[in-house]
Every structure is written in C-alpha cells, then in structure tokens.
Design a protein around this ligand. Structure first.
Ligand code: NAD
Length: 503
C-alpha cells in the first residue's frame, strides 16, 4: 500500500453524484498489470466522510428516482443494454489489464453481466404484485413491491464487471439508488460502468462508486442510511459483513468462497469429463468462485481421467491475456500467486502426487504466472483439499463408490457448485436430490444459472436467505406492502354518482 505515485500511474477515483471525484483521504493502493508485474495505477481509498458523502448523494437521489414509471425505467434499461453491448470490448480490455484474465474470458464475463441487464429490462413484469378481489364483502387486498432506499454492493476482484452488474442492475431497476465498493485490486471497470450509466440517461446520484478497503466497507456496514448490502467475496469476510450488517438492521446477502467438486463416475464419457475439467479448473487461472477445484474420481475412473487430463495440459497456452492465442493468464497479485504455488509443496509433503507442476511451465518474466498444475491422490485431510486455493491447481481425490463421493461433497463446509459426470440419468437425478450444494451441473462443469434463475451457494458459500440476481434478486431489493381497501359501492352509495339506483 501507499506505493510511490509516479506521473505515469493512472489515478483511480470515486464516482459520486454523476461525476468523478478525486479522493481526499491520504490512503490509496496500487493497481498492477498482472501479466507484466508492473504497477499501472493508484486507487484512492475512501475515508468515512467520503463514504458518507456517497451514501448521502444516493439518499438524496432516491425520492425522485423511485417515482420513475416502470415503462420509463424499462426504456432506460434498454438504452443501458445497448451501451454496454457496444462497449463490451472496452470493458473486457480493462478487466484483462487489471485482473489478468484472457480477453476471450473477459468478454465472456461482460456477456454474463449484460444478461442480467437484459433480464431487468422486463422490470414492469418483474415488479407485478398480487390482487385478491372481494377478500371480504366490499374489500380488496393487494400487494405491491417497493424499493428499499440506498443499497450498497461490495465486490471481489475476480469478476470486476459482472458481479457489480449482478447487484446494481436489479437494485436500480427496482427503484433503489446504489453505492458500489469494488475490489481495490481492479477498480477501473466500475468507473467505466458509471460513465455508461450516465450516458444512457441514469439520473446523477442513482449510481455511485467509492473505492477503498476495510474502512469503506465498515462505514457502509455502520451507515444508518444504507438499507441493504450485497456482498460477494471470501467466506470470512462474507460472514463478517453478514453479521455486522444484520446487527445494524440491514438486509444482507453475502456470498462467500467455494470448493467445487466434479464427480466423475466410472460410466462417464472420460474425454468429455477431461475437457470439462481442464476448462473449468484452469479457466481464468482458477480464480472463479465456480471453478472446479476437486475432481472426485469414482471406482475405475481415476487412471483414465488423470491420463486424459495429462495429455491436455501441455496444450493450454499460458501468457499475457491481451494476446488472443493465450488461454490462461496470470494470477491477480504476486502474493496470491505465491500462496497458490505453496500447495505444490504442501501437497506432496502431505502425501499427494504431483502430476503437473505449474512452476515449471510458467512463462518467464515478472508477471504473476503459475502454469496449470495437477495433484493426484489428494485426501480430505490435506491443505490442498481443505483450503480454497483459488488458482490453477486441480486436485484429484479417488474414492470407491458413489456414496463415498456424495459424502465427501456433503461434508465439505462449502456448497457453491458441484458437477456430476455420468451417462446414467437415474443416478444424475438421485444426485441432484441428495447433494447439499446450491448449484448443480449434470455433465456441465460450471453450472452458473442463467439470468432468469438466481445464483447462490449453500452452507459457508452464502450467508442470508436470498440468492443473487434473477427472481430472488428482485425479492432482495424490494419489500412488499399489503394493502387492504374498501370503497363504497356506487350502487348503494347515498351520493349521486350518476349510477342507476336499484333501490
Ligand atoms: P475478499 O473477501 O478478499 O474481498 C471482497 C471484498 O471485501 C473486496 O471489496 C474487499 O475490499 C473487501 N474486504 C477485504 N477484506 C476486508 C475486511 N477485512 N473487512 C472488510 N472488507 C474487506 O475476496 P476477493 O479475494 O476479492 O475475491 C475472491 C473470493 O471471492 C474467493 O473466496 C471467491 O470464492 C469469492 N467469490 C465468491 C463468489 C460467489 O458467488 N460465491 C463469486 C466471486 C468470488
């Protein structure tokens, strides 16, 4: 932190009330190009006063914003969709520059975020309430959905465009105003999003960005004018945000870390499973909360699966994400790369077998690279199994039976995603019934739900009772009001309303 700022460094600011705002605290942090290891930017870290200013601006914008008609809001979101669609490449380049993921993957991230914008273009339908006519004689009861006020989003480094879109798109479409606190590691995409929202015609103050770290997060958690907090990040911080946010009376959804298993049964199509394991284990250098981290090879599947993966590994091209030939980029920081690489020491020390050591295949230079790595014969006691590695190190755990595989998955403290590879529909159906995980893939390694379902894990992968985006996102960002109403029947009214009187 507080690295020397040179004139070449890009200064990354806050966005409050429809304009960029230079930070006034004396705190800031470095932003790197992970492919070269060079510092490229310096991001301001907000003070408590700056957070208060952002929340105050969002609060002031709320009364007017919530009066916008549903059709006007839908029109605006179609314009937002159009602008983000036209700026896909610009957003993706920012992601590659600060996060490191390859450009094709960054474009995929932007696409999945835009799908949430597309979903909320249907906001008039999504906000429909219920109506019961004649609940009692002359009495109707109906429910309406109303926004909460100021909602805040706190997001992780690994999806700097998509995860914020999971939050701000439904929150704003529902009539809330929004304060985003992006990851300090790759903060620029949020500022481009802010500019695009302004260009689309979103009123100033409805969307605000404060850059920063724990101080900004704590200020949001404590702020009396923040009604709701959406968090995505690691499990310890998710728990912290959930506990402190709810203690302060806020509605909180806090999505945490993961350890995703891919169970491969002996009858599976091994080539299909190996292709899936490579793309889901090493895509985005394993820095996805839905990345496959553990391959659970059942019965005879182990040798064939490890052999099939082994022949695929040398073909994965690792290098600068801006080069379209590369399929896997660097890790986000040097410290994180070193931590991930340490499992290639602790794994064998604790009894695992190294099939591929990414330290040997990493490109030369100062970039934060680690090549694709595979550990076999991992057991549940080992650190490589217990920790969320969040890097390109896949572990293979061998078990004898389906029941053992299921027990392993269900006893794991995380429950984000899981995949089953099999040719047997009956077993697949039983698995989806039995497994204690929030998102399940059948012959699909990364089962991220489409935008009209909701995304969320179970157990230590989510604190709160609403998953994110989709129908549960609409629920999260609204509260319902039930109205019971009685109007005098004009036919029996003593006042002459021009209706023919029957008595
Ligand atoms: P992180 O928990 O370190 O940071 C997330 C956010 O919390 C950032 O904005 C950060 O500034 C803030 N933060 C960090 N430390 C804090 C502290 N002590 N107090 C208050 N705020 C703090 O996570 P990360 O490293 O940015 O992201 C990777 C993690 O996110 C992984 O664990 C991954 O599984 C998880 N993740 C989960 C999902 C999901 O949907 N469940 C999606 C993406 C990422």
């Amino acid at each position: 932190m507080n690295a020397a700022v040179t004139t070449e460094l890009k200064l990354i600011d806050h966005w409050i009330g429809g304009e960029s705002l230079r930070g006034t605290s004396d705190r800031s942090g470095p932003v790197y190009n992970p492919a070269t290891g060079e510092q490229t930017g310096q991001v301001s870290f907000a003070s408590v006063e700056e957070v208060d200013r952002a929340v105050g601006t969002a609060k002031a914008a709320f009364p007017e914003w919530r009066t916008w008609s549903l059709s006007k809001r839908a029109d605006l979101f179609f314009r937002i969709y159009d602008l983000f669609d036209r700026h896909r490449e610009d957003l993706a380049r920012l992601l590659t520059a600060e996060h490191g993921k390859v450009l094709s993957d960054a474009l995929g991230e932007v696409q999945r975020g835009i799908e949430v914008i597309e979903y909320v273009c249907g906001i008039p339908t999504l906000l429909k309430g219920g109506y019961s006519e004649q609940a009692a004689t002359g009495i109707d009861v109906y429910s309406i959905r109303q926004p909460l006020g100021v909602a805040a989003g706190i997001t992780p480094f690994n999806f700097p465009a998509m995860v914020p879109m999971w939050m701000w798109a439904p929150a704003i479409a529902c009539g809330n105003t929004f304060v985003l606190k992006p990851s300090e590691k790759d903060p620029s995409a949020s500022l481009l999003a802010a500019e695009l929202l302004k260009e689309a015609g979103l009123p100033d103050g409805v969307f605000n960005v404060i850059q920063g770290d724990k101080i900004a997060v704590d200020a949001l958690l404590e702020h009396p004018d923040v009604a709701a907090i959406s968090f995505v990040g690691s499990t310890p911080i998710a728990r912290y945000v959930y506990e402190n946010g709810t203690k302060a009376g806020k509605r909180v959804q806090a999505l945490g870390g993961a350890k995703n298993h891919m169970v491969v049964l002996p009858d599976a199509d091994i080539d299909m499973a190996a292709d899936a394991a490579v793309s889901a284990g090493y895509g985005s250098a394993g820095e996805r909360c839905m990345a496959v981290s553990v391959l659970v090879a059942v019965g005879g599947a182990g040798d064939a699966l490890v052999d099939a993966i082994k022949v695929r590994l040398p073909k994965v091209k690792v290098g600068d994400g801006m080069d379209p030939d590369n399929e896997m980029g660097p890790l986000v920081t040097r410290e994180h790369r070193d931590k991930v690489a340490s499992y290639l020491d602790s794994g064998p020390d604790q009894g695992a077998t190294i099939v591929a050591d990414g330290r040997e295949s990493a490109p030369n230079g100062n970039g934060f690279f680690l090549g694709v790595s595979l550990l076999d014969n991992v057991t549940p006691e080992m650190d490589a199994y217990r920790d969320e590695i969040f890097g390109p190190v896949l572990s293979v755990v061998r078990v004898d039976t389906y029941d053992e595989a299921l027990r392993l998955v269900n006893e794991n403290p995380y429950g984000n995603g899981v995949a089953l590879f099999t040719r047997d529909g009956g077993v697949a159906r039983r698995f989806q019934f039995d497994v204690n995980v929030g998102m399940v893939g059948i012959n699909v390694p990364i089962p991220v739900p489409v935008a009209y379902y909701s995304f969320g894990g179970w157990k230590s992968s989510l604190f709160g009772d609403r998953h994110i985006y989709g129908p549960e996102g609409i629920d999260f960002y609204t509260r319902t009001k039930a109205v019971t109403s009685r109007w005098p029947d004009p036919k029996t009214s003593k006042v002459d309303l021009g209706f023919p009187q029957t008595r």
